[in-house]
Design a binder for this molecule. Structure first.
Ligand code: FES
Length: 115
């Protein structure tokens, strides 16, 4: 397995801060729906699908503590670890995000033949 990085924001087109602080946004990438979150120390990416009943986390919001809140039943997931609150007992997958000189990139694991 190797990680392929996809540019999701180009600073020359979207500016240096393409998302507001604590904003969430759904991004369709490589047949996946990913929720991109901006926190004080950078961007984080988690699965966009809420494991509770399938709502889009990118339609929700993010708290100042870095918890993504689902728009339907308000379950919360940590934007950095993907962990839900302890009483929920579930989690969402996380994806690596790189802030490079020219933009923001999200990494997706691929098998060698998928490159
Ligand atoms: S669908 Fe997300 S908390 Fe129910």
């Amino acid at each position: 397995m190797a990680t392929r990085f996809y540019k999701v924001y180009d600073f020359s087109q979207h500016g240096k801060e393409p998302q507001e602080l604590y904003s969430v946004r759904t991004i369709s990438l490589d047949n996946k729906m990913i929720c991109l979150v901006r926190l004080v120390d950078g961007y984080y990416a988690i699965d966009d699908r809420c494991p509770h009943a399938g709502a889009r986390l990118g339609m929700g919001k993010c708290t100042e503590e870095g918890m993504v809140v689902c728009p339907i039943h308000r379950y919360q997931y940590n934007a950095k670890t993907g962990r839900g609150l302890p009483r929920q007992g579930d989690f969402v997958s996380t994806y690596p995000v790189e802030n490079r000189e020219d933009g923001i990139y999200i990494g997706i694991e691929k098998k060698w033949w998928q490159f």
